[in-house]
Design a protein around this ligand. Structure first.
Ligand code: FAD
Ligand code: NAP
Length: 462
């Protein structure tokens, strides 16, 4: 039988797993996959981004578990490309390298006061309440009356909702215990969500928006005047998808609501942009400007600042205006889009020429938008080109065979799939008595210690 193609996939989120699934399904050529992940745990944002009160969405990991059982698959956790192994070393030792590293940081607002204590990226809060080991030392001061969330995407809704959940709503989830205690004990009375454009242009989806109106401990409120649409928005609404139409219907219903005395309020405001985050030592207020909406030359409805400003007192700000990629040493990087330059997944060098044998999928390929399933189509496109290149003899020759020896020489403690299964078992076991899906291990030490535990009689699967 012909020797299998050896592919390194960097990352273990949805894009990586969908790519692995497609590659392992190939018979000609046959493919073996090493999935290289910097954390000891797989699934990327499915474990560490998707809101913990949405367990049904996290359950996509069951499909990934099946992929991990296929012959030719190996998970190599606790290995960071750029730290433990370089891009050049991967290229030398694999027939192809596919980057699926996601978008590891946040987009900035670029306004004064953005770095004041109390001004946080949504990415930080999300990673904290989900138990990401790099974010557990953060101290969010939730003993404030008003929190402001900037942005109108689904992440902004996740953040606003998580801050509003009650103890009963949080108890059956895998939110970290520290985050549950902090949210339940928080002094927050109002969570104000600011959109720079209007209700028609909001990026959130209807199920997520509707949920905001069904919270046990928070009323959702919105001034009906916010829903008076300018002609440009009327035209956009008339031509828009069912999702947008439904969103506007939901908002119209929200606008009829009156406070029912729930302890917290989620208030939605549109056509407002923060221009400064104010405070001496820490966040005390956010200064916003009122926007008017108009169509630009391409017909896109854009926000244009007016002279009308307002200062809104608040103790904490979450900037939820999108994720952003980070550059990887040895690879070209487009700072504007936060992506690795590529043509349909074939990676390009700094001069725009194809880098043979190097590919990208998921958020690092197309930017930080799209739901979990979007990455399947995206990864399939990349894998088809990779396999086409393999069949056409367009992959470079490799000089070595995998990175095991190199990592061993460097003393890197690789967490293989069995190590992750040990972590998984420990977490599920800790959650079971409390009816929770799991209690996450959240520090590097806890995770690595758990990964070392082997059921009697078993040796690591390599
Ligand atoms: C807060 C949030 C909530 C979301 N909720 C939902 C939802 O409810 N439903 C839905 O359908 N979609 C949701 N999404 C979208 C979905 O999570 C993304 O579409 C998807 O995770 C992107 O997949 P990815 O594989 O490109 O990146 P990621 O999931 O981010 O995976 C990237 C992986 O690469 C690893 N990595 C990074 N750098 C390196 C390196 N140098 N070496 C080795 N490994 C590295 C990371 O640790 C990570 O595991 C959400 C997104 C966010 C941000
Ligand atoms: N439950 C789910 O299915 C779920 C949950 C979470 C995330 N996701 C997905 O994950 C992806 C990422 O979500 P996201 O919320 O991070 O990104 P997103 O959907 O791109 O939303 C970003 C929001 O930030 C706003 N924004 C950008 N720059 C701004 C600025 N300078 N000032 C004010 N507002 C600004 C955008 O407004 P403009 O439109 O005006 O640019 C938009 O409202 C999305 O595809 C999302 O659907 C899905």
């Amino acid at each position: 039988m012909a020797e299998a193609l050896r592919v390194a996939i960097v990352g273990s989120g949805p894009a990586a797993f969908y790519a692995a699934g497609q590659l392992l399904a190939s018979e000609d050529p046959r493919v073996e996959v090493d999935l290289i992940e910097r954390l000891p745990t797989p699934w990327g944002l499915v474990r560490l981004g998707v809101a913990p009160d949405h367990p049904q969405l996290k359950s996509v990991s069951k499909a990934f578990e099946k992929i991990a059982q296929r012959p030719g698959f190996r998970f190599m956790g606790n290995v960071e490309v750029g730290r433990d192994v370089t891009h050049e070393e991967l290229v030398e030792r694999y027939d192809a390298v596919l980057y699926a590293v996601g978008s590891q940081t946040d987009r900035r607002l670029g306004i004064p006061g953005e770095d004041l204590p109390g001004s946080w990226a949504a990415t930080e809060l999300v990673a904290w309440y989900n138990g990401h080991p790099d974010f557990q030392d953060l101290e969010f001061d939730l003993g404030v009356e008003r929190a402001v969330v900037v942005g109108n995407g689904n992440v902004a809704l996740d953040v606003a909702r998580m801050l509003a959940l009650t103890e009963e709503e949080l108890a059956p989830t895998d939110t970290t215990d520290r985050a549950i205690a902090a949210i339940v004990g928080s002094g927050i009375r109002e969570i104000l969500v600011l959109g720079r454009r209007g209700p028609v242009q909001a990026a959130w989806t209807s199920t997520e928006l509707q949920e905001m109106g069904e919270l046990a401990g928070a009323d959702v409120l919105l001034d009906p005047a916010e829903l008076e649409l300018e002609p440009e928005s009327e035209a956009e609404l008339a031509a828009s998808s069912n999702i947008v139409q439904r969103n506007v219907e939901i908002l119209r219903e929200f606008a009829t609501r009156v406070p029912t005395g729930k302890p917290r309020t989620v208030r939605l405001r549109f056509r407002t942009s923060p221009v400064a985050i104010l405070g001496e030592e820490r966040v005390e207020a956010v200064e916003i400007v009122r926007n008017r909406l108009e169509a630009d030359a391409s017909g896109r409805v854009v926000a244009v600042a007016t002279d009308e400003r307002e200062v809104i007192p608040c103790g904490i700000v979450f900037r939820s205006v999108g994720y952003h990629g980070v550059p990887l040493p040895g690879l070209a990087y487009d700072e504007r889009t936060g992506t690795i330059p590529n043509e349909a997944g074939r990676v390009l060098d700094v001069e725009g020429r194809r880098l043979p044998g190097v590919y990208a999928a998921g958020w690092i390929k197309r930017g930080p938008t799209g739901v979990i399933g979007t990455n399947k189509k995206d990864a399939t496109e990349t894998v088809e080109l990779l396999l086409e290149d393999a069949r056409n003899g367009a992959l470079p020759d490799r000089a070595g065979d995998g990175i095991d020896e190199l990592l061993d020489d460097r003393g890197v403690e690789v967490v293989m799939y069995m190590g992750w299964e040990a972590i998984d078992a420990a977490e599920r076991g800790a959650g079971e008595p409390f009816g929770r899906p799991r209690v996450k291990l959240c520090t590097w030490d806890e995770l690595l210690d758990a990964a070392r535990v082997r059921p009697r009689g078993q040796t690591p699967r390599v």
